[in-house]
Design a protein around this ligand. Sequence first.
Ligand SMILES: C[S@@+](CC[C@H](N)C(=O)[O-])C[C@H]1O[C@@H](n2cnc3c(N)ncnc32)[C@H](O)[C@@H]1O
Length: 262
Amino acid sequence: MASPEHSDALFGSRVQDCFGRSAGRYEQGAQLQAAIAARLGRHCRRLAAQIPAGPRADLGAGSGLLGRAVEANLNGPPLLRVDQCSALLAQEPGSAAGQRPPQLAWDLNAGLPPALGGAALLASSFALQWLEHPEQQLAAWCQQLAPGGWLVLAVPTAGSFGIWRAAAAAAAVPYSGLPLPPAAPLEAIAQAQLQLQRLQRLRFNRPNRGARDLLHQIKSIGAQASRQRRLSTGELRRLIDHWPGPDHAVNWEVLLLLGQKR
Ligand SMILES: C[S@@+](CC[C@H](N)C(=O)[O-])C[C@H]1O[C@@H](n2cnc3c(N)ncnc32)[C@H](O)[C@@H]1O
């Protein structure tokens, strides 16, 4: 049996591999991620006068949806795009002058890169859930902010995908999606270190066009890596047979928070 370290390393390389293979199609399929990035960006308008000097970063930046949204609403230097997947970083469009924002290929399971010590702004959207220990990583991100520095975060949480879990239970097959972190411990960690300006559990419903369609959507943006084994063909068929009808939506729960380091 693989040791936990070994299976973490295998999972990490599978995550990178899946995102890398779909990198060219990411922005076309990542509509919810784009909407959340735009929403976080708008919330940043109010922070413009309050951000101290120091490094700014988009953690798990991918193609830079959040970095661009934040920069569109804030004066000041660009955010360092940090991501382990170079193929996704390479999707970031350059400016009209042909310049790309600064980027760093880095595995966030190793903590933050040294360049982000005393950070003034750490932004992250739809990335924390991919890390091995989301709660520990969030605590470390908060710790590394400079006094007065800001955390701007969105992360999908365990209240998502109710119909997938229900269908898996009814079909007696494992839930094979990525386990998402529960919201409450993340909220408590942020509250302990930050003065929260905004804390919301957003709930979104998306049309339910069946199990295959949802799995296809997830795969189309490269987000199909999971710690669970793949379902066998028979298990997948049972899951599809037990999937609720279109009157049951596919739900997302997304924790959104903005907070300033005390
Ligand atoms: C769903 S994408 C979100 C990208 C972007 N933040 C957005 O909102 O569109 C998740 C991102 O997390 C990155 N990621 C996953 N595990 C990571 C790790 N261990 N270190 C750094 N980045 C990681 C992936 O490469 C991917 O770019």
